[in-house]
Write a protein that binds this ligand. Structure first.
Ligand code: G3P
Length: 229
């Protein structure tokens, strides 16, 4: 499973890149709006930071014709842009137009909350589908179950041109669960990535090693004939 970072924050992307685990970035209008900068400007900077990996940017238009025009404009920012399109009838038309014919633009179909939405998106030509598992859990549903279903049925149907991005991840347990479900990608907030690297017993272990070592040094330094270190 690959890790994408779900953010539009440059510092978070730089730090995650330095960990060697980052294979892409996903943004959405809410995440970009938090950065308080022009969307195109921010997207250009993000694409430059992760040149070798895909960066998903969402369209805000609502008709297929406008979505396609907006997508083509955004895709011109950098060669690693993937266009995020919300699942709906107009969105499907836009995905089909962008992924067929000349000048293909890869699409990530977003706001997926059911298997059938994912199915239609994949058949229309989406390179990625993004089920939002956290938001499903938020209303008492089974977000991980949806990811499991999409992965299992796509495999059964040999639909191998579309990768499943487990999105709207809330905590490290979600990551574990979607990895077990066979999701191709998990897009995680930076806070979750940091939580994944930590464990209270690791912190305690480091503290204990440091304290034991400091005590040993103190004991060595207090031996007769030893210069204080
Ligand atoms: O980027 C899409 C998705 O991951 C958003 O998650 O936390 O707003 O439900 P969230």
């Amino acid at each position: 499973m690959k890790f994408f970072l779900d953010t539009a924050n440059l510092e978070e992307i730089k730090e995650a890149s330095s960990l060697g685990v980052l294979r892409g970035v996903t943004t959405n209008p809410s995440l970009v709006s938090k950065e308080k900068v022009a969307l195109e400007e921010q997207v250009e900077k993000i694409c430059a930071l992760v040149q070798d990996y895909p960066v998903s940017v969402e369209v805000l238009s609502t008709s297929a014709r406008e979505m396609v025009a907006e997508a083509r404009r955004l895709a011109g920012i950098a060669s690693n842009i993937v266009i995020k399109i919300p699942i709906c009838i107009e969105g499907l038309k836009a995905v089909y137009a962008l992924t067929n014919g000349e000048n293909k633009v890869p699409c990530n179909v977003t706001l997926v909350f059911s298997f059938n939405q994912a199915l239609l998106a994949a058949i229309a030509g989406a390179a990625y589908v993004s089920p939002f598992l956290g938001r499903i859990d938020d209303i008492g549903g089974d977000g991980v179950g949806l990811v499991e279903d999409i992965v299992a049925i796509f495999e059964k149907q040999k639909m191998d041109k579309t990768e499943v991005i487990a999105a709207s991840i809330r905590h490290p347990r979600h990551v574990h669960q979607v990895a077990a479900a066979g999701a191709h990608i998990a897009t995680v907030p930076f806070s979750v990535l940091k939580q994944m690297a930590g464990h209270p017993l690791t912190d305690l272990g480091i503290e204990k090693f440091e304290a034991d070592w400091a005590r040993a040094l103190e004991a060595m330094n207090s031996l007769p004939g030893t210069e204080p270190g």
